[in-house]
Design a protein around this ligand. Structure first.
Ligand code: CA
Length: 327
């Protein structure tokens, strides 16, 4: 069965240099459990070999670190164009193996929407990947509306990926004298904190009425739904339409406008739960290459208790439909 995976990152030294020049010294660049990743992020021969060995037909590529918040706007806009052009070069170099999610200059949402349009219409990309907030501003704030409006207009999804949370939030919620800084760092980011932040961002988008404004907008999130799925009943109960003044319940927007991927978390229980909750037509596969290296990711899906129709949807049919991939 064909397999298309969606949260697959790469790096390019030119973009890394731009980010390094403006990097925030308060945010460490190194994640303790991730070592020696640069080679895997940049070596495309190794990537193709990995894909062949793991039955991955197509990876949707995204730049691992989108342009940092501190990069000056003019340079950020140019850097995103460069990043997207580099992605396109990789796509062209290996016909049929890669597709692209755009990197957008969040410092200037109108420019970001125009870059999304260029990437979709001229480069053939299938959406964009956004990471975290921009300078502490959550994605539901009104300055970002042009990006969501453009995504709906172009009928492409936005993948909301986590990023490091603000230092003051880490300090208040995750630092402790009772454990090491390495523990606090991982807990605040890849272990839990940044996933919970994506969950909050998606809830804020729903509560700000984004899907009443843009009913056809498609959002994709990884890590089996970034902490939201098990809370939907509670959210509907505590934040009902009388309070939110929205047209639908929170869970209705979540199940209609949001698509979930595993990000390489190989968990049979999560797979079955999310398919039951969302329907197989709202689950799309992802591995999070090269950060996560699950054993037999293809067999995990194929050997699951799902029906063949459900497996086909998750493995490639949903991706083809939601990302408008030409077969
Ligand atoms: Ca990732």
């Amino acid at each position: 069965m064909k397999l298309i995976t969606l949260e697959e990152h790469y790096a390019d030294i030119r973009i890394m240099e731009i980010n390094r020049k403006y990097s925030d010294p308060n945010i460490p660049m190194k994640i303790p459990h991730v070592t020696g990743i640069f080679e895997d992020l940049t070596n495309f021969e190794k990537r193709i070999k990995y894909m062949d060995e793991n039955h991955v037909d197509i990876q949707v590529l995204s730049m691992t670190s989108p342009i940092g918040d501190n990069v000056l706007p003019k340079e950020a806009i140019e850097a995103c164009k460069l990043a997207n052009n580099i992605t396109k070069e990789h796509i062209d170099q290996y016909p049929g193996r890669f597709l692209g999610f755009a990197t957008l200059p969040m410092c200037d949402p109108v420019s970001a929407s125009l870059e999304l349009e260029r990437c979709v219409k001229e480069l053939g990309f299938c959406g964009a990947l956004l990471a975290g907030r921009y300078k502490g501003r959550m994605l539901n704030e009104k300055e970002f509306l042009p990006i969501f409006a453009k995504a709906e207009e172009l009928n492409v999804p936005l993948y909301i990926h986590p990023a490091f949370i603000p230092n003051e939030v880490k300090k208040a919620y995750y630092d402790s004298e009772a454990y090491s800084e390495d523990v606090a760092f991982e807990l605040s980011s890849v272990g839990y904190g940044w996933h919970s932040e994506v969950g909050i961002q998606v809830l804020r988008l729903i509560l700000s009425g984004i899907f009443d404004k843009f009913p056809k907008l498609k959002i994709i999130i990884g890590h089996w739904g970034e902490t939201i799925p098990c809370f939907l009943d509670r959210l509907d109960f505590m934040l009902d339409k009388n309070i939110t003044k929205l047209k639908k319940n929170i869970s209705e927007y979540f199940k209609e406008n949001v698509y979930i991927t595993p990000s390489g978390i190989i968990s049979k229980d999560q797979l079955e739960y999310v398919v039951k909750l969302m329907g197989a037509d709202h689950v799309i596969y992802s591995i999070d290459y090269p950060y996560v290296n699950p054993e037999n990711p293809y067999e995990f899906l194929m050997d699951s208790a799902l029906s063949d129709e459900e497996k086909e949807l998750i493995a490639y049919k949903n991706a083809e439909r939601v990302l408008n991939i030409k077969k």
